[in-house]
Ligand binder design. Sequence first.
Ligand code: SAM
Length: 295
Amino acid sequence: MNIAMMTAQTNLIPQPSGLQQASLSDASFARALTLIRGRLGNCSNQWRRSFITSILYRRGAVCALTDFDGYLSHLERLPTDDPEWQQMLHELTVHDTWFFRHQPSLTCLHELLATHFSHLDSLMLWSVGCAYGEETWSLAITVDQALRSQNRLIPWQIVGSDLSTVCLRKARSGIYQRAQLKNIDQHVRNVYFQPVNDDQVKLAGDLAHHACFTRVDITDNTAPYQAAMHVVYCQNTLIYFGPAEKSRALDNLAAALVPGGILLVAPGEAHGWSHQSMRRIETENRNVALFQRTY
Ligand SMILES: C[S@@+](CC[C@H](N)C(=O)[O-])C[C@H]1O[C@@H](n2cnc3c(N)ncnc32)[C@H](O)[C@@H]1O
């Protein structure tokens, strides 16, 4: 679901009487922005006024607070890890995702594991902005298939991270609607998913030992990982950032790589970015964007 779709949907929700979005003062909106940026960092650059306003009105109504500033005061009193803050942040961000979303990048990873990374005796991967986890599990399946096809029994681990703790809870459960698998190859469905009930499936046993999920804000000033990852995979997340946040996030992703490690982003997402220790790798596949850490 994109921002426009989310905004349209939220506008369908009736506002409680007395709350008039149109009459929101510039001062109240500025107070909201200052509060959100103070607690959540600069990630709010991506949000439009009408979008932020409608979400805050809605959250205020859910909390039975009758005016916008009352809801802001309520937020101010709560710690940032309070469920209300986390739900608000979740509703302010876009989480659309699906299994095997960008096949060219996954094929590229499969090939890298057979060539560039064939000498490794362990492997660490990071799935950045993983939303509800479909991306992380798709990567895990790809790695498992690649290593099995090479008869390589090496230890490997994938970290899925996101800003939203609401997303991460679902990602950790590994439980999805059966309908979400409809475009997945039958063999992959049989091997990697097991039924929970008529409507739901769960990632099958072994794979869960290789994946963990954690909250990371990739626009933070402090890089969360230092030279720890062989592969960093980041797709459809940087497009929502302003230029400064995007550049800081990419620098953080570069810092997370071991020398020789690979950053895989969606085409165009790192446009205009350069980094002293990273070089762009040209591939025949124009649908992927690859960078290698050189030292
Ligand atoms: C559109 S989803 C993309 C999901 C997945 N990567 C894919 O391509 O299907 C973008 C995700 O990035 C997360 N996100 C947004 N800002 C972030 C930040 N500053 N740090 C980490 N994750 C962030 C959102 O919460 C959301 O789940």
